[in-house]
Each structure stands twice: as C-alpha cells, then as structure tokens.
Design a protein around this ligand. Structure first.
Ligand SMILES: CC(C)(COP(=O)(O)OP(=O)(O)OC[C@H]1O[C@@H](n2cnc3c(N)ncnc32)[C@H](O)[C@@H]1OP(=O)(O)O)[C@@H](O)C(=O)NCCC(=O)NCCS
Length: 150
C-alpha cells in the first residue's frame, strides 16, 4: 500500500537524498558537482514556497519516490495572455525497486491536481529521453520547446 503526502520543511534531508539519486541516475554530462552543491538550498527554498509543491510516495517506512510541481508566472509563450501562469512538473523520481507499479503516474496526477486547484490551465515539463514514454502515457504532447547547447 502506497501513501502520498505533501513534503514539509522537515523532509528536506529526505528530498535532497532522492534528488541526489535522480541526478546521479540521469547523469548530466557537465556541472554535476555544482548541481549537487546547489541542491540543499534549492530544496529548502522549494519547501517554503507557496508556488511549489513536492509530493512524497511512501511504502511503509520506506520512501518510494517524489514529484514536484511549480507555478511559473513567466512562461515565455503565454506571458501576454489573460491567464499567463503555467504549471511546470519536475523532479519526478521513483526508486528502481518500486517502478512500473503506478507510483510515478499517481505522483504526476497529484502534481496536476494541485496545479488545477491553483487555477492553472496547462502544464509544461522537460522530459529526460528515457521518460518521454512515461509522460506520453499521461497525455503530454511534444510541443514548442527545442534545445541547443551554446
Ligand atoms: C519515469 C519514472 C518516474 C516512472 O515512474 P513509474 O512509477 O515507473 O511509472 P508508472 O508505473 O506509474 O507508469 C505509468 C505508465 O507509464 C509507463 N512507463 C513508465 N515508465 C516508462 C518509461 N520509462 N517509458 C515508457 N513508458 C513508461 C508504464 O508502463 C505505465 O503505463 P500504463 O499506463 O500502460 O500502465 C521512473 O521510471 C523514474 O524515476 N525514472 C528515473 C528518473 C526519471 O527519468 N525521471 C523523469 C525526469 S524528467
């Protein structure tokens, strides 16, 4: 049985531990040390921000994964519209032993539900290539965003 709860400031160590695992697994090719060094501060800020929600999945005493939703007020495409805010889903991570059991989808749905409750009408994200299929299963459409390293 999986329990889901909103992460609180007291969960900072736990969230940082999970994020470390995610970053090491996805392995950004550059600046790994810098990114890991900024993690503590980033998570502390996120856990205190009204525009961010981090959700934890727990199986008994064990933490199985997490998901994060942010409200962005400066989506460059929507900034001139009446409802210019958008949701941004990030830091979706399920520990390997718990994958493919529906936990990732439940975390994502909870992130989306929270965004919807905040009056947010659409959501964007950057998918790692290995997770594109996961987001596609949840009806995310490749759209707009392209990337080039300069
Ligand atoms: C991506 C991730 C969060 C998925 O979590 P999960 O708990 O295994 O996903 P679920 O079991 O809820 O899967 C939901 C659906 O997506 C599918 N799915 C899951 N991972 C998939 C993948 N990598 N590629 C294609 N489909 C995938 C499942 O088969 C399931 O399909 P269904 O609707 O037909 O049943 C997890 O694999 C993970 O943490 N990966 C490493 C970190 C990562 O890449 N995070 C994303 C960063 S952008």
């Amino acid at each position: 049985m999986v329990d889901f709860r909103i992460a609180a400031p007291g969960d900072q160590g736990l969230v940082v531990e999970l994020m470390n695992e995610l970053i090491v697994e996805l392995g950004p090719s550059d600046e790994m040390e810098t990114i890991l060094g900024h993690l503590d501060q980033d998570i502390e800020t996120a856990l205190g921000a009204p525009t961010t929600r981090i959700i934890l999945a727990e199986v008994g005493e064990d933490v199985a994964g997490l998901g994060r939703a942010d409200i962005l007020s400066r989506d460059p495409i929507f900034r001139l519209r009446k409802n210019h805010r958008c949701g941004y889903v990030d830091q979706m991570y399920v520990r390997k032993r718990y994958r493919k059991t529906g936990i990732g989808r439940s975390l994502l749905t909870r992130c989306e539900d929270w965004l919807r409750d905040q009056g947010i009408g659409h959501c964007i994200l950057h998918a790692s290539l290995s997770a594109v299929g996961f987001y596609a299963r949840a009806d995310y459409i490749p759209n707009r965003e392209m990337f080039k390293k300069l």
